[in-house]
Design a protein around this ligand. Structure first.
Ligand code: SF4
Length: 82
């Protein structure tokens, strides 16, 4: 069953460890400034965080949660929205 989720990414506090891009390269890409980009996300000016809403199956959700867990500074949050 698919789940609707939201990924919230605090890019400002990314330290460029790169773990997210290793475990979930379909979602994270390292950029020239040394930080990761959350592919296809949009910037929320209010919260100053990047956001991406998606419908995912269990496998995709597990991959995203792996990237959340892999980040040493915990700037990635994956939340289920229904
Ligand atoms: S794992 Fe965290 S700190 Fe490392 S690049 Fe990804 S978001 Fe940034």
């Amino acid at each position: 069953m698919k789940k609707r989720i939201k990924v919230i990414y605090d890019r400002e506090n990314c330290i460029g460890a790169g773990s997210c891009a290793v475990v979930a390269p379909q979602f994270w890409k390292m950029k020239a400034d040394g930080k990761a980009n959350l592919i296809n996300s949009t910037f929320n000016k209010k919260t100053k965080k990047y956001e991406l809403e998606l419908e995912v199956d269990e496998e995709m959700l597990a991959i995203l949660k792996d990237s959340e867990d892999a980040c040493p500074v915990r700037v990635i949050k994956v939340i289920e929205i229904n």
